[in-house]
Design a binder for this molecule. Structure first.
Ligand code: GLU
Length: 497
């Protein structure tokens, strides 16, 4: 691994909602880049949009990043040499930079009214021009300023763009050139004095000594604007690396709610485990070779580099995430898997908050019986609910399929009587006796096994039937068989043929 402690990168989310999986991918790539180079990973909060930023969202971003294991070395909450790391607390710093730009003439006050601006936009449209602002206030005199102020007009501050192309050498996308006809004097400070994103972002990147800005390709348009500001300030901008977009489908649409959950927190709640999500996210744009899919965190750190990131977008394929999740769930040992599953059983009202030691070993056996079936942790309820409650129904489809043919009452009664006779109710004896009973029947095994499953679990899929019998125990197994027999007798099911 290379070490270059001068690498400083940042993840700079806007706290206007939950942490989006696309944002988490950006955070991960920054984190991996820092860890690979032995550099510093910073969490900065871009909350200049006062109206849309919330504390709740900030908290959710912190929680999601921590859950993913993407700890930061400097930044919000923990502080550091360049604190504060929350933009709304950095007003004085921005004021200093704005003044510097005004003093050097690289920025200027613009007094245009909304009406004037919309006229300019109309005209630009009519002339098919990209420049919706025509530079009207570029060269105001001191008198002009006085006059506008006297009229009570409020001013914005605009950056003066140079009359030459801006070249961005992107570490992923290569060189992009933005010509003067696509540039215009952008507003960098609103008329209420609030600085805007393009200013605050590059000022912070400069102030915080950021060496590499790694962010989504949707920011590429902002990069030229930020470079203009950096140049006007006489500073070398950081290097830029724009990550290909995360797509919702192979048709090229940006990932959105329409394609499924997009929030990291939702995946946590749905029973995905962080190792799986991180492994999934690293493959959204980055690859080691054309075959490796499974990466431990150490593998990722050792191998991560920007030059292995592709230029085209990658599709967020939930099926692949599910496959990885199943893989990582199975990598947990039984005790770890059980403790990861307990909160889901508690959430679904199947377990109390406090768990006694005997209960824990029973739980481990249940988890063991479920085997490799879990795609998510939340699936435990699907496979194991009936272990915890008698309150389940028989699905009409199963009833129709398994209880309306042959003579289920007779075979169920037969199994029940066989089980009743067993004194030492443990796995081997139960297996031998029940199999012997089944072998003596004329009907196919499945004609007994499925009604029996239905009796014990209310469904026809799930853990091994003998494991279910042992885990439920003799008494419960027998009473559940009796319950189904009663059900058949009262509803008349099973007596059709
Ligand atoms: N705050 C911006 C966002 O959440 C990112 C800014 C940046 O990385 O420069 O999209």
């Amino acid at each position: 691994m290379e070490t270059n402690s001068s690498v400083r990168v940042r993840f700079a989310p806007s706290p206007t909602g939950f942490l989006h999986v696309g944002g988490a991918r950006t955070a991960l790539f920054n984190w991996l880049f820092a860890r690979h180079h032995g550099g510093i990973y910073i969490l900065r909060i871009d909350d200049t949009d006062e109206q849309r930023s919330t504390q709740e969202s900030m908290q959710q971003i912190y929680d999601s990043l921590r859950w993913l294991g993407l700890d930061w070395d400097e930044g919000a909450i923990i502080g550091g040499d360049y604190q504060p790391y929350v933009q709304s607390e950095r007003g004085e710093i921005y004021q200093r930079y704005i003044q510097k730009l005004l003093d050097s003439g690289d920025a200027y006050h613009c007094y245009c009214t909304q009406e004037e601006l919309s006229q300019m936009r109309e005209q630009a449209r009519a002339e098919n021009s990209n420049q919706s602002y025509n530079g009207k206030c570029r060269n105001l005199t001191v008198e002009d300023h006085r006059k506008f102020e006297a009229e009570g007009r409020k001013s914005t501050v605009r950056i003066r763009v140079p009359n030459q192309p801006v070249v961005v050498q992107d570490l992923i996308l290569g060189e992009t050139k933005v010509g003067p006809s696509s540039l215009q004097d952008e507003v960098i400070v609103k008329s209420n004095g609030m600085p805007l994103y393009n200013l605050t972002s590059i000022v912070d990147d400069i102030e915080m000594q950021i060496t590499h800005v790694i962010r989504g390709a949707d920011h590429l348009n902002n990069t030229s604007k930020q470079m203009i500001i950096a140049n006007a300030l006489g500073t070398e901008p950081p290097q830029f690396a724009h990550l290909p977009m995360v797509l919702g489908s192979s048709k090229g649409e940006k990932l959105s709610k329409r394609h499924g959950a997009t929030s990291v927190d939702q995946y946590r709640k749905d029973g995905f485990i962080p190792e799986a999500l991180v492994n999934f996210l690293v493959r959204l744009g980055w690859s080691l070779d054309d075959k490796t899919e499974i990466f431990s965190i150490d593998d990722m750190i050792d191998n991560f580099s920007l030059d292995r990131i592709g230029k085209s977008g990658s599709v967020f394929d939930v099926k692949r995430l599910e496959w990885l999740n199943n893989h990582y769930i199975l990598k947990l040992n039984l005790a770890e898997r059980t403790s990861a599953l307990i909160p889901f059983l508690q959430r679904d009202g199947l377990l109390e908050d406090k768990i006694a030691d005997e209960e824990l070993s029973w739980l481990e056996k249940i988890v063991e019986s479920v085997g490799d079936r879990l795609t998510t942790l939340a699936d435990i309820t699907t496979y194991a609910r009936f272990f915890f409650t008698d309150d389940f129904d028989y699905h009409p489809k199963d009833v129709k399929k398994w209880l309306t043919k042959g003579d289920p009452v007779t075979v169920l009664s037969g199994v029940r009587d066989t089980l009743l006779d067993i004194e030492n109710f443990e796995s081997e004896t139960v297996g031998t006796k029940v199999k012997a009973y089944l072998d003596g029947l004329e009907v196919k095994r499945i004609q007994v096994m499925q009604p029996l499953r239905l009796a014990l679990s209310g469904q026809t899929f799930g853990p091994d039937l003998f494991a279910i019998i042992i885990l439920l125990g003799q008494e419960k197994t027998i009473s559940r068989i009796n319950r189904l027999i009663d059900y058949i007798s009262t509803t008349g099911e099973g007596r059709v043929s």
